[in-house]
Design a protein around this ligand. Sequence first.
Ligand SMILES: [Zn+2]
Ligand SMILES: [Zn+2]
Ligand SMILES: [Zn+2]
Ligand SMILES: [Zn+2]
Ligand SMILES: [Zn+2]
Length: 305
Amino acid sequence: MRTKITFLFFLIIIFSTLAFAQEEKVCFFCGKKTKEYKFFEEQNKIACLNCLKSKEKCTSCGIPLEDFILVYDQKICSYCNNHLPRCASCNFPIVGNPNYFESDRKRTYCNYCVQTKSRCDVCDAPLGNFFLLLPDSRRICLFCLGEAVFSRKEVSEIRDNVIKFLLQKYQMVISHPLIYSTVGADELSKLSHNKNPDKNGVFVALPDTFKIYFLYGLKEAGLIEVIAHEYAHAWVKEQKKKNISPKIEEGFAQFIAFKTLEYFAYYSQMLKMSLREDIYGEGLREILLWEKEKGNDYVFEYFKL
Ligand SMILES: [Zn+2]
Ligand SMILES: [Zn+2]
Ligand SMILES: [Zn+2]
Ligand SMILES: [Zn+2]
Ligand SMILES: [Zn+2]
């Protein structure tokens, strides 16, 4: 009796497994029953191999298309149309990998816009239909515009805070009278005789006055970076050491800007600086290495001797 029950039990198990393995499903697209299919989990739809082979498919998820949305000559399904991230420039869904221009990766951009549209002069992202054209012909996207600092009062406050930090933290006293002015891009390139590599500012040393010019309409992090950077050039100018290589001087100016941004908690801007592949990035990495291996005092003493 006991063997019979066990046998029956085994039989049930075998049958139920078989039934599971051979379970037929109905294809959502042709209505036919099938044992070979692909399950599109997010959309909860089953597609038979025949439909997968013969029908046109969504470029993004590969499901057979019933109707479609055309995104720059690529056809996508309505599910993808509703769920893909959108391009901050054209607002179409992004098929494939999105592009980023801000280190916080808040906004995504499609390849089409990246390849074809003109760019924002602040964040370099493709411009949308609306942007601000500044008198110096810089173009600023709406996102940057919302964060750009234009008021004189705000600029002075930020500048004063940067200098206060540099005096307290590094005792970077400058004895020359120092004049700050905000200028447009056209004037900035004239001032730097078109060969100044500092994109957003320039330091000019006159016999008895120092001048720092920087672009108006920068975002706060950019403003902090350029003021600290040009201030560092002014400080180096008053030190004994001359004939400093451009990489070390720009690296030191970037180092000062980097530390100031750290104090004001602009970490993503710091990351951007540290990844640059030019003398600014290389110089910064070198000075950070000096600081790490030989200490902070060594960095400053280098320019004094
Ligand atoms: Zn089918
Ligand atoms: Zn799709
Ligand atoms: Zn786009
Ligand atoms: Zn922008
Ligand atoms: Zn510089």
